[in-house]
Structures are given as structure tokens and as C-alpha cells.
Design a protein around this ligand. Structure first.
Ligand code: NAD
Length: 246
């Protein structure tokens, strides 16, 4: 197990991609703090991690609220004392055409997806810089690269995460901290479960491998970046999209 002894934090780990990432890292030996917007749901993933024989601490946090992120990192410091791996996975959508998009819909998405990534990374980097070692992976999206009608707020947040990833990668490379993004295509989770059959059929036509991805497809990419295998990769956007965007 290549992550034995590593301490990891995965945001939005109650379901979907975050849960799959948490379980993969645990399977490879990492101890984890798993967060969600509900303690009960974070606890469910933590129990699954514990069943794999790893330590798992559940925590309720809204990553869009800086004071809650600070409280989360007080827990990281008191329980772990250090942090090897941060996966910024928490994310939301508030879709709508631009003309009708409300300020609240814009702000909610930017606050969780982009500001949440900033706030968690800022706290994590303090610990990682001290240790002169660390791995940050930000879960962006293919639509942050190519755009998507009806998702101006979401696409802006995911494109913003890519710029943020590259800036922080340059800033901390000398401290032996890698910072990368994974850009998933369309993945089978609750987030895409709301799509109608006709939208799914249209999307499938754009995916050369002719299937949606699984949360495990993303977890494997994250694992590569946080393990020793990915030690010379930084500032990269790893596309895991079935060929949807090349
Ligand atoms: P999901 O809706 O199934 O899960 C989202 C997770 O984020 C949940 O655990 C939820 O509790 C958490 N979360 C939501 N708001 C939060 C907040 N304010 N603070 C902390 N946690 C919060 O979504 P998913 O499909 O598993 O997506 C995970 C990530 O991958 C997101 O960032 C999403 O944008 C991105 N992504 C998903 C797809 C896809 O097709 N599913 C594609 C590209 C990118």
C-alpha cells in the first residue's frame, strides 16, 4: 500500500466522486478526514473507510464559509498534526441561462467551488509548506475547459480552479508540493442523475468511448497524482473524460 502513513483530507466525500476518492486513498493506506455538508452522511463514508482498516474522522463543513474551513483545519492540526494530501472535491451546480441567472446562483457556485478550493488550499498549504511536502488535487470539470450552455457560473468556477491550480503549483513547487487538477467528463453520480434521457443520449454522442465515467475512474486519476507515481507532475490538468475533449 503506497499511501501508508499518509494523512488525507477529501471534501464532499459523502457520495459520488468524493466518496470513491476517499475509499481509494484508504485502500492504498491513507488515514482520512472526510467532510460533507451533513455529519450523518460524512459518518457513512467514514464507517466505510474504517471497515478498510484505516482511521477516518467525519466532519461537517460548508467549504464556502471561511470560518468553517478554519474550524476544519483546527481539527486537521489537532488530530493529524500534518496533512499530506488535500482533494478539493466539494462542488455544486445552480444551472440556468445567463439572462435569467440570479446573483445568488452565481455567488453560491463560486463560493463553494472556487472560494472553497481557495480557502481549503490556503490552510493546507500552511501545513504542507512547513513539512516541505504535499499533494493538492482540485476536481475541476471538462466544462471548465470547453464551456456548457446553461452553466456560466459552474464553468467559470471550474475554469477558475484551473488557473488557481497553476498559480499555486508555481508558488509551492520548490517546497516539494504538487498541485494538479483533474477534469472529469460526465460521471455517473447524483449530480448527473438529474439529466433527462434525451440529454444523456445527446451527451453520449459527444463521448468517443460511448459511456459515462464512473466515480472510480476519477479516483484512480487522483490516486496517480497523489502517489509517488505522480511526483514529477505539477500544474497539470488531467482529463478523464472518455475522449470528450482532447
Ligand atoms: P455530488 O453532488 O454527488 O457530491 C457532491 C459532494 O459535495 C457531496 O458530498 C456534498 O456533500 C458536497 N458538498 C456540496 N456542497 C458543499 C459545501 N458547500 N461544502 C462542502 N461540501 C459540499 O457530486 P459529484 O458528481 O460526486 O461531484 C464531485 C465533484 O466533481 C464536484 O466538484 C463536481 O463539480 C465535479 N465534477 C463532477 C462531474 C460529474 O459528471 N458528476 C463532472 C465534472 C466534475
Amino acid at each position: 500500500m503506497s499511501l501508508t502513513g499518509k494523512k488525507a483530507l477529501v471534501t464532499g466525500a459523502s457520495r459520488g466522486i468524493g466518496r470513491a476518492v476517499a475509499l481509494k486513498l484508504a485502500l492504498e493506506g491513507a488515514d482520512l478526514i472526510v467532510t460533507a455538508t451533513s455529519l450523518e452522511r460524512a459518518q457513512k463514508t467514514a464507517e466505510e473507510v474504517s471497515r478498510l482498516g484505516r482511521r477516518a474522522i467525519p466532519f461537517k463543513v460548508d467549504v464556502g464559509v471561511t470560518s468553517e474551513v478554519e474550524a476544519l483545519f483546527q481539527l486537521v492540526t489537532s488530530e493529524f498534526g500534518s496533512l499530506d494530501i488535500l482533494v478539493n472535491n466539494a462542488g455544486i451546480t445552480r444551472d440556468g441561462l445567463l439572462m435569467r441567472m440570479k446573483d445568488e446562483e452565481w455567488d453560491a457556485v463560486i463560493d463553494v467551488n472556487l472560494k472553497g478550493t481557495f480557502a481549503c488550499t490556503r490552510e493546507a498549504i500552511k501545513l504542507m509548506a512547513k513539512a516541505k511536502s504535499g499533494r493538492v488535487v482540485n476536481i475541476s470539470s471538462v466544462v471548465g475547459e470547453i464551456g456548457n450552455a446553461g452553466q456560466a457560473n459552474y464553468c467559470a468556477s471550474k475554469a477558475g480552479m484551473i488557473g488557481f491550480t497553476k498559480a499555486v503549483a508555481r508558488e509551492y513547487a520548490k517546497r516539494n508540493i504538487t498541485v494538479n487538477a483533474v477534469a472529469p467528463g460526465f460521471i455517473e453520480t447524483d449530480m448527473t442523475g438529474v439529466l433527462s434521457d434525451s440529454v444523456r443520449d445527446e451527451l453520449l454522442k459527444q463521448i468517443p468511448v460511448n459511456r459515462f465515467g464512473s466515480p472510480e475512474d476519477i479516483a484512480n486519476a487522483v490516486y496517480f497524482l497523489v502517489s509517488d507515481l505522480g511526483s514529477y507532475v505539477t500544474g497539470h490538468v488531467l482529463a478523464v473524460n472518455g475522449g470528450m475533449h482532447m
